[in-house]
Design a protein around this ligand. Structure first.
Ligand SMILES: Cc1cc2nc3c(=O)[nH]c(=O)nc-3n(C[C@H](O)[C@H](O)[C@H](O)COP(=O)(O)OP(=O)(O)OC[C@H]3O[C@@H](n4cnc5c(N)ncnc54)[C@H](O)[C@@H]3O)c2cc1C
Length: 496
């Protein structure tokens, strides 16, 4: 990457938050010659990318699998931009021909299951075999999917000078397209999974967005061969090696604004840091709460505060006997659908090796159960009381029993940990524990568009809410933010 900072009189940048959004934005700006300080409220950096240990086993929070990491594919190229390509140990999934196996409780699938393999051609073939009456529909779906895969993989939209990802928000909802093509409910159910995985119902999920998620995993899928915390360390070490500074354990309390121009931040400790460029790599509503009342117009405040967020996710981590339950190199999804093929709820399962000899780790993720934990909304982590603990145990036991219908008897299992949307809310500050931040649904196309810029000069946003969630979507979002900061010409030059 070329140093372009000579073109900018002021080189100091402050980044609020050290998740993948803050770290990726910080690394790229440091590579471009800026002096970057990342401020993190927690004692350690990484946000949802981090893992935590239970009984010597690393439990991941927000990285269960990654798409498009084969050499030259889009996430590999982005890791290359960040200077961390091939430094994060990863393992390819799907050697047995399956990346994701969907189990549906309805009779919408002839065999009750659908396998998502690696590769767009193999996926098309599986769709044709499973839904022989939807031949024309599948061809139309695949044409769109291939076109989206090409666009994402080339990253051309970033460098072409057009309005980034305009296509994403302007495309029709996937559910509407499937109705237009008269797809069978079974086909709709299968195609609903990637949208449901990122918290957007198919009926309101822009098709380009759906295709971006699906194609990124179809191109190739990978698991970390290290813990989430080790992935954070690779990124943090890279950032510091470029001269970046990370302040941990001190939250940003306020963004300092003078005459609608950002001038710095004030931390919880009272310390003030000054810089002409500030990036809020946290949820946009958190940044809004940091701004003085008159810093933005009421219309901007209303727009951001009314954004609808994705639901929360709860997780259960269970250690099981490795001999009885060997590692699976694909994920399982148990899906509950309506007769029309729309997905009501979905559970994600992953069985993988752990750091403890003889033990494997079963991870169970459930979305959209936020109401279960509502009673404790007013409490903070560590102070929720025994009834919360009991509710978590009950929920975990229920989910373990359910899992046995897929894995067989789990025998001498041990529940290692349960986290709820409230845990996520308190750990990273995302509103109500929303897993993927702002919901990029067709219902809020205009209000959620171009969140990278704010109504305050010098204040920009990054993180999963600005463009798309996931490690891939969040890094692309950071690049778009940097393009706004340095301008399209310098951006093109920097990456040429
Ligand atoms: C359960 C779950 C499973 C997931 N699985 C996958 C997956 O398999 N693959 C995938 O690609 N993606 C997955 N994701 C999504 C992915 O983890 C996120 O999209 C991504 O980590 C978001 O990064 P971020 O930087 O936007 O936010 P965060 O990681 O939330 O980072 C924000 C940071 O800002 C800090 N912060 C907040 N407020 C302040 C403040 N006032 N001052 C200073 N710091 C502050 C927080 O502590 C945090 O460290 C998953 C998410 C969840 C919840």
């Amino acid at each position: 990457m070329t140093d372009v900072s000579f073109a900018f009189p002021e080189k100091n940048v402050l980044v609020i938050g050290s998740g993948i959004g803050g770290l990726s934005a910080g690394i790229i700006l440091a590579e471009l010659g800026f002096q970057v300080t990342i401020i993190e409220k927690n004692p350690q950096p990484g946000g949802m990318m981090r893992s935590y240990n239970r009984n010597g086993i690393a439990c991941n929070v927000g990285v269960h699998y990654l798409g498009s990491l084969d050499k030259g594919q889009v996430l590999d190229r982005l890791f290359d931009f960040l200077g961390v390509a091939r430094q994060i140990p990863i393992k390819r999934m799907g050697a047995g021909g399956v990346i994701d196996r969907y189990y549906m409780d309805s009779n919408l699938l002839p065999k009750g299951t659908f396998d998502m393999p690696e590769g767009l051609d193999a996926y098309e073939q599986n769709l044709h075999q499973t839904f022989p009456r939807d031949q024309k529909q599948i061809s139309a779906i695949m044409e769109n999917l291939r076109s989206a895969a090409r666009k994402i993989n080339s990253l051309e939209f970033l460098f072409s000078g057009q309005n980034d990802f305009e296509i994403l928000d302007h495309s029709r909802p996937m559910g509407e397209l499937l109705s237009h093509w008269n797809c069978s409910p079974g086909l709709r159910a299968v195609l609903g999974v990637p949208a449901a995985w990122i918290g957007v119902p198919l009926s309101v999920c822009p098709s380009f967005y759906h295709n971006m998620v699906l194609s990124s995993y179809l191109l190739s899928s990978w698991r970390l061969e290290c813990s989430g915390t080790q992935m954070v360390e690779v990124l943090a070490v890279r950032f510091v090696s470029l001269g970046g500074r990370i302040i941990t354990g001190d939250a940003v309390a306020a963004v300092l604004v003078n005459d609608r121009v950002a001038t710095g931040v004030r931390l919880d400790s009272g310390r003030e840091l000054k810089a002409p460029i500030i990036i809020g790599a946290v949820h946009p509503k958190i940044i809004l709460g940091m701004l003085p009342e008159k810093a933005v117009k009421p219309s901007y405040r209303k727009r951001i505060s009314r954004l609808e967020d994705t639901h929360g996710i709860s997780a259960v981590h269970v250690s099981v006997d490795a001999a009885e339950h060997p590692e699976l190199d694909h994920n399982l999804f148990k899906i509950h659908t309506r007769p029309d093929g729309n997905i009501d709820d979905m559970i994600f399962y992953q069985m993988r090796k752990s750091e403890q000899t003889g033990k494997n780790l079963l991870t169970i993720l459930l979305g959209g159960q936020d109401e279960l934990w509502e009673k404790w909304t007013g409490t903070r982590t560590g102070c929720r009381g025994l009834d919360y603990k009991a509710a978590k145990t009950r929920e975990a036991e229920k989910r373990v029993q359910e899992a046995q219908s897929l894995f067989g008897a789990l025998g001498d299992y041990q529940i290692l940990d349960v986290y709820t949307p409230l845990s996520i809310r308190d750990w990273v500050g995302s509103p109500q524990g929303s897993a993927y931040g702002v919901q990029r649904s067709s219902k809020q196309i205009l209000s959620a568009a171009l969140l990278n810029r704010t109504a305050v000069k010098g204040l920009f946003l990054a993180g999963q809410s600005v463009l798309a969630p996931g490690i891939l979507g969040t890094i692309i979002g950071s690049l778009v933010t940097i393009k706004f900061i340095i301008g399209p010409q310098w951006f093109k030059q920097a990456f040429s």
